[in-house]
Design a binder for this molecule. Sequence first.
Ligand SMILES: [Zn+2]
Length: 402
Amino acid sequence: MSYVLSTRSLELAQTLVRMNTVSANSNLELIDFARDHLAGLGVRSRLTYNADKTKANLFATLGAGKKAGVIVSGHTDTVPWDGQDWSVDPLSATVQDWPQGGHDGEAVHAEPRLYGRGSADMKSFIAIALANAERFLESESPFAVHFAFSYDEEVGCFGVKEMIADMKDQGIKPLACIVGEPTLMVPAIAHKGVYRYRCCVRGKEAHSSLTPQSVNAIEMAARVVGKLRDMAEGFERDEPRYAGFDVPFSTASVGQFHGGIADNVVPRDAEFRYEFRDLPTADAQQMQKELRGYASRIEAGMKKVAPDAGFSFETICEIPSFLTTAEDPVTRLAQRLANESRTTLVAFGTEAGIFKNAGIPTVVCGPGSINQAHQPDEYVTLEQLARCEQFLRGLAATKEIR
Ligand SMILES: [Zn+2]
C-alpha cells in the first residue's frame, strides 16, 4: 500500500512521544511546545491550568475572525509503563520496519511503525494537527478550526471539563468536535461510560470475643459488595442488549478491597473501590444511587451500635458514555475525510461524551489501534499516520459540515 506522510508530521510525532507526559507528571513541556509552535504562526493559545499549575489545557482558534467551527481534540497525557516489558525505550520514538505478509506465496513487505508510549494513544494525532496548522490558517473555509489539547484524560478526563467551561465563558460555540483517539481511522459513534468510586466503611472495633458490641466494617462492606454483584448479574440478565460492544450490557465490578488488622480484632475500617461501565442507553448515576440507597439502609443498623459508624462515598472519576448516530453531520464528515463507509463502537472511555453533553456534536476518529494503546511496545503504523494527515488536510479544505 502506498501512502504519503510528511516528514514534518513524523518528526513532530517523535518530538511529542519523547516528552514524558505520564499523567502523574506535568504536561507543560508539551503544552509550551505546542503554544510556541502556534505562536510562531501568529496563533494565540489560551491555557487553562489545574489547581497547582503543573498541568494545562491548550485551546487555540485557527482562523481568527471566522465563525466557530470544528474542534480537533486530543489528550496530552499518557499511561505509565512501570513493570511493562518493552523491547525499545518507551520514550525513544523509534521507527522500525515490521515484516508483513509471506503467506500463500504473498511477497514479504515491511510495515514501518512508530514505537513509543503515546504513539497511538494519542500524541500522533496532536502532532499531525500541529504539523498542518498552516493549512488550517490558509484555509478558505468560512469556519475556524479549534485545537483543544487536554491534561489528565487517562486518570478521569479532568482537564477537558475545565477547558469546556472556559470555552463557554469565552462565548465560543463550536459546530462539532473530532476526538482523535485510536480507532484505526474508522469513525466511532458510541462508547460506554466509566464511573469509579471509593467507599470507606467505618465500624466499631472490639475484641473478637465481643462481637455484639462491635460493628464489623468488613462484613458491612461485603454486604454492599454483594449488592454490587447482584446489580451486575441483573444487568447481564435483564438489560436490553446493545449490539456491537464486546460486552453488550452494562457491567459493575470491585477492583480493590482493604480491611482488617488482626484475626482477633473486629475491624473498624474497610475500604473498597468499584466501577460501573454503563451502556449509552443506561444510567450509571442511577446505578450509584441505587447502591447508596442500599448502603444507607444497612447504615441504620450500624448506627444503633455506634453512632459514627457508616459508609462514605467518594467519586474517583465520572466519564459519561457517548452516543451519536451514523447520520449526524460530523459522523458523515469524518467518514468522507477518512474515505470510510463504516462506523464503529469502541470499548474504551474518551472525552467524546463530555463534548457531546456540552451540546457539541462529536465523533471519535484517530490513527492507530486501541489494541496497542497502554501496552508494551505501543506503536502506530506510518500508514495510519498518513491517513490521519490526509484526514486533517481534508478538514482544512472543508467548507461545510453536512
Ligand atoms: Zn487516549
